[in-house]
Write a protein that binds this ligand. Structure first.
Ligand code: SF4
Length: 419
């Protein structure tokens, strides 16, 4: 940036900051107007970002204007920010599932491509967990988010199957990133985190169902894992075999049992449209996921099968031996699924974040969530709407529902049309 532009930026920032401090900006609309005025006056060929305005405020006033300047406020609306750390590329213990992209040959963790969200930072840091966590926290803080409570998610391949030394060093690195200092052992890092500025309030791991045996769950507990994402994908052994999943439906049931016995929250991953499945069998699987007491996950991610370049499934697709579901079938299936999803259940995602140009077949549409929502599916985001301006607390009713056993699910609802 030239000196002239730099000084124009400084003056434009000071202009907006002065308006904030003199209470002449109280809404996002007024903020946008002030930013536009600053760009014209000084002049700048761009809009100031909220992050740079936040950085220009006196440190003791940043919290006051946090609500106004926070970028993507929903990312910390629950009071917790989520940071992801990708582990280095390791092959999965059973080989490779036919639909799974990435992996050691591509230089990425199994299941992720180079352009997957967050992968750029992971590659730049050479999969250093401390670097990934620190970068993520710095970004949240500069965008005005409170980073005192953090859920850390470890992603990539089958982490619990990689060499134990690597696992220990990686998890320690995640805690070091939260603590902002190096430690010599996992226990030391966890101890420091109890009084750190960014406390780990949740640690999530992904695993295959056959890698959730009680002894593996015990290891996860040593790491501090609180939530386990289990790749169920299908409840039919013939479908699992066709995709080279290396596990059975019974393995999923055992995995749920072991995770529950250890007090972990369970997120199920389901993949409608795998080879050998059809919309009816997928719907039956989804119904069983909630009707079978041995399953019933707390949360779910539904990833309609995508054909990603370079995978074994891509070769089947190109040879005409596999046809993925089209958009209409997928939307209909996910909308139908609503009938089985209990009120307490959280659907976290309904689409994988794979760049569109990597997808050879399957639903590329970036607005699948909206299309399905139009069909009546209630997503986690909708359940959080009460934090926004559309609902005042005194407008909400407080219905009550039961999950199972003695658990009571309390939830506040008030938006018309919310079931
Ligand atoms: S277990 Fe998961 S990460 Fe490993 S190959 Fe299968 S889908 Fe990919």
């Amino acid at each position: 940036m030239t000196e002239e532009l730099l000084s124009a930026s400084n003056r434009a920032r000071s202009f907006v900051v002065e308006r904030l401090l003199s209470n002449r900006i109280s809404s996002r609309r007024e903020l946008d107007r002030a930013k536009g005025e600053a760009s014209r006056l000084f002049p700048l060929n761009r809009y100031l970002s909220n992050a740079e305005i936040l950085a220009a405020l006196p440190p003791d006033r940043r919290k006051t204007f946090g609500d106004l300047l926070r970028v993507h406020p929903r990312r910390s609306a629950s009071g917790i920010v989520v940071v992801t750390a990708f582990s280095a590329p390791f092959a999965c213990p059973h080989g490779t599932c036919t639909f799974c992209p990435g992996g050691p040959r591509e230089g990425t963790p199994q299941s992720y491509v180079r352009e997957s969200p967050g992968m750029k930072a992971a590659l730049l840091s050479d999969f250093d967990p401390r670097g990934q966590v620190s970068t993520s926290l710095e970004k949240y803080a500069s965008n005005g988010h409170d980073i005192s409570k953090v859920e850390a998610i470890i992603e990539g391949g089958t982490f619990i199957a990689v060499p134990l030394d690597y696992q220990l060093a990686f998890v320690r690195g995640v805690f070091d990133g939260l603590n902002g200092s190096d430690s010599t052992s996992l226990g030391e890092a966890q101890g420091r985190n109890e009084v750190a500025k960014s406390r780990c309030v949740g640690l999530t791991l992904e695993s295959k169902p056959d890698w959730c045996e009680p002894e593996q769950i015990d290891t996860m507990l040593v790491y501090g894992v609180t939530r386990l994402e289990i790749g169920v994908q299908s409840l039919r052994d013939e479908v699992l075999a066709q995709s080279n999943r290396g596990h059975t439906a019974d393995d999923s049931i055992r995995a749920f049992r072991a995770a529950r016995d250890a007090g972990l929250k369970v997120t199920a991953h389901m993949m409608p449209g795998l080879p050998g499945a059809d919309p009816q069998s997928d719907l039956e699987d989804l119904e069983r996921l909630f009707s079978d007491e041995a399953l019933r996950p707390d949360m779910m991610k539904v990833y309609p099968t995508l054909v990603v370049g370079g995978t074994s499934l891509a070769r089947q697709f190109e040879a005409g031996r596999y046809t993925p579901y089209d958009l209409e079938t997928t939307v209909e299936l996910l909308s139908e699924m609503k009938r089985f999803v209990p009120r307490w259940h959280r659907i976290m995602r309904i689409q994988r974040e794979i760049p569109a140009h990597e997808i050879l077949g399957g639903v590329r549409s970036g607005n699948l969530r909206e299309l399905v929502r139009g069909g009546g599916l209630l997503l986690l985001r909708v359940r959080e709407e009460w934090k926004g301006s559309r609902l005042r607390e005194d407008e909400a009713s407080l219905p009550r529902g039961s999950q199972s056993g003695d658990g009571i699910f309390l939830h506040r609802e008030g938006i018309e049309g919310l079931r």
